[in-house]
Design a protein around this ligand. Sequence first.
Ligand code: UGA
Length: 441
Amino acid sequence: MSRPICIVGTGYVGMASMLGLADLGWKVHGYDIVPERVDRLRRGIPPYREPKLPELLQHHIEHRNVHFFDSIEEAASGSQVVIIAVGTPSRDDGSADLSAVRAAVEMLAHVQFATWPTIVLRSTVPPGTTDSLSALVAPWGNLIYAPEFLREGSAVHDFLNPDRIVVGSATPAEAVPYVTLLERLQKPVVFTSRSNAELIKCCSNAYLALKISFANEVANLCGAFGATSDDVLRGIGYDQRIGPHFLRPGIGFGGPCFEKDVKSVEFVSAQYGLGEGLFSATLRVNEGQPGRVIRILEEEIGSFAGTTIGVWGLAFKANTDDIRDSLALRIVDELGRRGAKMLVYDPAVHVAPLPVGSRLVTSALEAARADALLVLTEWPQFARIDPTAYASGIARRVVVDGRNVLDADRVVAAGLIYRGIGRSGPSATERRTSLASALTV
Ligand code: UGA
C-alpha cells in the first residue's frame, strides 16, 4: 500500500487538493492548526461553501480515503509527500505575509519522517520564497514548489482538470514523487526552477486580473461613448489570440487572490526598480471600478441620504459564500457612509458586517422593495427572476446592474430604468429591430 499524502492546511486549496487526490485513488491525511475545524471535518462538515464539497467529503470519509488530524506528527510522519497549502495574505505595504508558510515548514522540521520526504509548497508566494526556505528543509527533505490554478466555486473540478501542471524543483528528479501523484490526469507538465514556478503562478493571476481591468476599461469607454460593451468585448474575445475568458466587466475583481497577488508582484517589481507599470495600472483600474458603479447609481437617484437601496449579491463572485475582499462589501460600506440603508440578499452569504441600519434579507424580492436595486455579484439566478416580479417594489424605478447579468430589455420592458457597465448603447431589441429593417431595405 502506498504511503498517505499529507496536506497541511484545510482551506480552499488544501481541501480541493485533498479530495482531488482522493478521487485519483490516493489516501490523504489532512492537518489543520485549528482543532475544532479538524473535529468538524472528521464529522464530514466542510469549512466553507463549495459546490460538490459536502458529497465528496462524505464519500471519501466513508471509504476511508481521507483522515483528519490536529497532530502534525500523526498526520505527516508516514508520508513521503507533504503538501503545504496555507494562506499568504497581503501586508499593508502589499508584500505577502509568509509567516504561516514559514511556521508550517518549521513545524515539519520536528516531524520524525519514516522516509526522506518531498515537501511541496502550494501556497501562492513571491518569487524566491521557496529557494530561501529550502535551507530549512535541506537537512531532512526536499522542498519543491507546485502552484495551483483552481478557482473557488469549481475548486475540485479545476484540480482534476488543470490546463497544465507546473512544478519547480532544484533538480527534475526531485519533482518526480509529486508529479507521479498526478500522472493519471495526463496533462502537460512544466518542469522548471522553483522561482520560475512561483513567477508562473503569480504572473498568471496578474494576467487574468489585467484582462478583467482591460474589460472594465473597455466597458467604461463604451459607457462614455454610448456603445455596448457586450458586443465590443464579444467581438474582441472571438480573436483566438485573445480568447473570450475573463473579459466580463463589472464592479472589479475581488476575493482573496487577485488583489493580493497583483500587489505582491507589484511590490517585488518595485524592489527591482521596475516602477509603476501594468501591475500598478491593473490595480488602479480595479480600485476605481466600485466608485464608477456608485456614480451611475448617483446619476439616477441623486443623494443617497435617507434612501433604501436593495442589493443583490455580496459574495466576491457567484457560487461561493466568500466575502473576503469582496468589492460588493466595499460598495455597500461606501453607500452606508453616504447615508443609504441597504436591504441585502445573497443566496449564500448569511452573515456579513453591514453598515448600521442595513440588514441581510432572505429573498431577492424582499431586497428589491427599495428605492433602487443594485446588482453586485454575478449569481446566474438573478437573471432568472422575471423583472415584473420586482418592478412595482422599486420606488424610484432604477436598476443598476454592476455585473451585467440581467437582461436589460426585460428590465426595461417591466417599466424600469436599466443601467449596466458600458451598456449604454442600443438595447438588444433595438439592435435586432434595426438589423431586421436594414436587411429588408
Ligand atoms: C483566481 C484564479 O482564477 C485561479 O486560477 C487561481 O488559482 C486563484 O485565483 C488563486 O490564486 O487561488 P478565484 O479568485 O477563486 O480564482 O476566482 P475568479 O473566478 O478568478 O474570480 C476572481 C474575481 O474576478 C471575482 O470577483 C470575479 O467576479 C471577477 N471576475 C472574473 C470579473 O470581474 N470578470 C471576469 O471576467 C472574471
